[in-house]
Design a protein around this ligand. Structure first.
Ligand SMILES: [Zn+2]
Ligand SMILES: [Zn+2]
Length: 259
């Protein structure tokens, strides 16, 4: 039971900061924050993502390339260009590493307005730091596990951030429903997203990449956006275009169509 709580807490904490900081803040600039808060969230990402920590800067570049070239050859992670989940995870990791190490030529337009704290990334990215995290996870498993088979989840814990990124990018371009017909394979994974902090509404997100909330239809609920609204009220972040929610856009379009 303790191990299950550990895994679930880790899952939601790690994915929240990937969605909030890496995806919505770094890649899409859906809100602004002070330099001081930026640093606080860098640390939050490090604490929650641990051994699978990735740079928000390099992630931002990779993700912008995904939006610009979805399902094409230049897409850094396309289910169309490789077979299966593990192949996609490997492709994503290789492309990410090439961007992080500066081995990929990236046009200036993809590098604009990205958060940068290279000194911090360097420490968090270091293999010694990653090994220390693995040692901590192993110690926690030894302390909390009540059966041997629970250790089978240890590799999952170590690679969690990578698995989560690949899960969304693979699943959301393979299975699910579509609110919008698009010239790419993006889907909404779950009608009620209780696993991915609103990232499951990937078809909505590809249609409205600059909308702060990914929810469009009445039953869809973007939990990360709900947290963002609280942070906005507390003046931690400033959501740029709160009124430009896709739901308003869709409603307006339906009205036009029925008129
Ligand atoms: Zn996508
Ligand atoms: Zn995106």
């Amino acid at each position: 039971m303790a191990i299950l709580i550990l895994i679930l807490t880790h899952w939601y904490a790690s994915l929240f900061f990937q969605s909030f900081f890496h995806h919505r803040y770094a890649a899409h600039r859906l809100f602004t924050m002070s330099r001081a808060w930026e640093k606080v969230f860098y640390v939050c990402c490090f604490v929650t993502q641990g051994s699978s920590y990735i740079s928000a800067n390099s992630y931002g570049i990779m993700h912008r390339l995904h939006h610009a070239h979805t399902d094409k050859d230049e897409d850094p992670h396309s289910p169309k260009n490789n077979d299966g989940f593990w192949a996609l995870m490997l492709q994503t990791r290789n492309n990410y590493n090439a961007i992080y190490k500066g081995k990929t030529f990236v046009e200036e337009k993809y590098k604009k307005d990205l958060p940068e704290w290279a000194a911090f990334d360097k420490i968090a990215h270091n293999w010694i730091t990653r090994v220390l995290w693995m040692a901590l996870y192993t110690a926690l498993y030894i302390y909390f596990a009540t059966a041997w088979w629970q250790f089978l989840f240890l590799p999952f814990t170590i690679a969690l951030g990578t698995v989560q990124g690949a899960a969304v990018n693979w699943w959301a371009h393979r299975f699910g429903y579509e609110n919008y017909k698009m010239d790419n394979t993006s889907k909404n994974i779950l009608p009620i997203d209780f696993i991915f902090w609103g990232e499951a509404y990937h078809n909505n997100h590809h249609k409205h990449p600059s909308a702060a909330s990914n929810a469009v239809r009445w039953f869809e609920f973007d939990s990360a956006y709900a947290v963002m609204r609280v942070m906005h009220a507390l003046r931690i972040i400033r959501i740029k275009e709160m009124l430009q929610r896709p739901v308003a856009i869709v409603k307006a379009r339906r009205k036009r169509q029925t008129a």
